[in-house]
Design a protein. Sequence first.
Lengths: 218, 468
Amino acid sequence: MKSFDRIVSVAAPLPEADVDTDILFPARFLLLPDKTGLGKHLFHERRSQAKFDQSGFVLNSPPFDRAEILVAGPNFGCGSSREQAVWALLDFGIRCVIAPSFGEIFYSNCFKNGALPIILAEEQHGIVLRAAKTGAALGVDLEQQIVNLPSGDVIQFNIDPHRRRAMLLGLDEIGAILTDDINDILDFEQRRRALSPWLHLNKAELSVLLADKEPIDE
Amino acid sequence: MQSLTLYDKIWNAHVVKTYEDGDVLLYIDRHLVQEVSSPQAFASLIESGREMRCPDAHIAVADHAVPTRFRQKQLPDGHAAQQISRLRANAVRFGIPYVPMHDRRHGIVHVIGPELGFTLPGATLVCGDSHTSTHGAFGSIAFGIGSSECECVFATQALRQRKQKSMRVTLNGRLGDGVAVKDIVLALIAKIGTKGGVGHAIEYAGPAIATLSMEARMTLCNMSIEAGSRVGMVAPDETTIDYLNGRPLAPRGAEWDAALAYWKSLPSDRGAVFDREVALDVSRLAPHVSWGTTPEETAPINGFVPDPDVETDPERRARMKRSLEYMNLKPGTRLSDIAIDRVFIGSCTNGRIEDLRAAASVVKGRRIAASVVGMVVPGSAAVKVQAEAEGLDYTFLQAGFEWRDAGCSMCVAMNDDRLVPGERCASTSNRNFEGRQGQGGRTHLMSPAMAAAAAITGRLVDVRSLLA
């Protein structure tokens, strides 16, 4: 995973509530098989509509088209579990989202990819949002867990210590489990076989699935 | 002894280890793998040179991108065909069971998991799909994950997790005629909001639960994520056991007896304390429809499109204004005056046999309105076969509906089943998000009976007015 230390950037204000992952990354682009190059479809409908009717959308409008920080509304990233929403944000250049609350799966997906989701209480969020709207640069420092405002003020935030460390060091969670916990997993599996053998499926049982399968190319 | 909840008991039984900060490495018994969230996870597994830890704990099936008609034809070359063949190739490469599109066991992951007996009480089950909460209807901890977590399950069969808080939703009373479990869950989401369940594992309990079929319980748990909760559960009981008995992958013989004894120990203890309690009396509930672009923007069908100007909370007011603009609705409009263009009956929320029966009973002997295009998409091949055995296909076709093959279809609009901009759809699916059923499409969520009634009248309507 890419590490995250600190960034200084303009912050795009998008204080709308309940921006779901379908808005972030419409489903028809989920047919694209890769993680990379998805930024052009981020907020696809909003951005293309704004180009069409020239109504303006924050991420189309300088200086926010180069923002690395998004100041969003409550329940940001609710809905579908699609990790493409995070990959698209990152590919677009946004590495940090600040919101009063997040959809849970999106929140978790951010940490797997080196994107930082920051939860701020309403009052602090309001201060950051107002600062973002000025178009001045904000700083986000994960080590110190602070947002630096143009006024010189700082806003404190909290990230779970394990996740913070993993982000700062760019740790590989799967690698860590395989290195540190594999014996615990083996022990657990033995216990499970003894206590609840019905949870263990084997090839013979699964072969009922594969029986009488028609040979059709897909 | 400490009183435990259903969630506590299953959680405790799956703790591989507890880390210093209180996080837990949670063992995952079952993983459903679909074509949209898996390719990047497989690619990363290959790239890192890691092995599939336990191939027999997964079942792969393509459901999101599959066409629901003209299946006998070769799929045209394109992203969908590539995505499906890629899933098959990955399944073969890693030795995990794959259910092909033409197989009699094919269907939406959340429909076939239970049908196969892959979903069991007391198990942990994940899938790279937020509606994995569906499987909690069996008394399992089931939740949606992202692609990175799919890869973690492939490689380790475990996930580092923090335990959720608990919320009990107690359903009292008895549903009236023409009112369905979809109405309960829409009313619940309207009450607690789309972030009302964030951070909580919901257990649905109370007298109304005992009367619900497994299909209905799945609808209820399915929609938990729309209230913000990754986990929705119902304790296993005789209804659960009757459903599972004899399923292809359910335990047999002595293992079945042992499993049964364990499952009976799972319901929450009498004195169990929940972090949050919500109660809902369902006996006076009217059928509900959504009017906005989030599932909480829902009202009884005998109501009106609300007026943002009387909303005191500025955030909600802004939200409502945006929703009404997208939905092209004026405040004060009677919900039953809203004309529709399309009807979609299907999805992992409402694509099961009971849902099709409920819709067919409304449709029987009637024609859908001339202005409406309606489609019925069974949740699985097995549901389709059963419906055809009961003659439901005939009822739908006679009424003017299209009768399709199984898949996610117009709930996620990744295949050709899509609304065109401006079209308005009465839908039994789970999300009325902007563009969810196709770019610029407008979705009204409702129960299968309500969607069927809308098809007949060409507008949103109280299905009870059509019942004899």
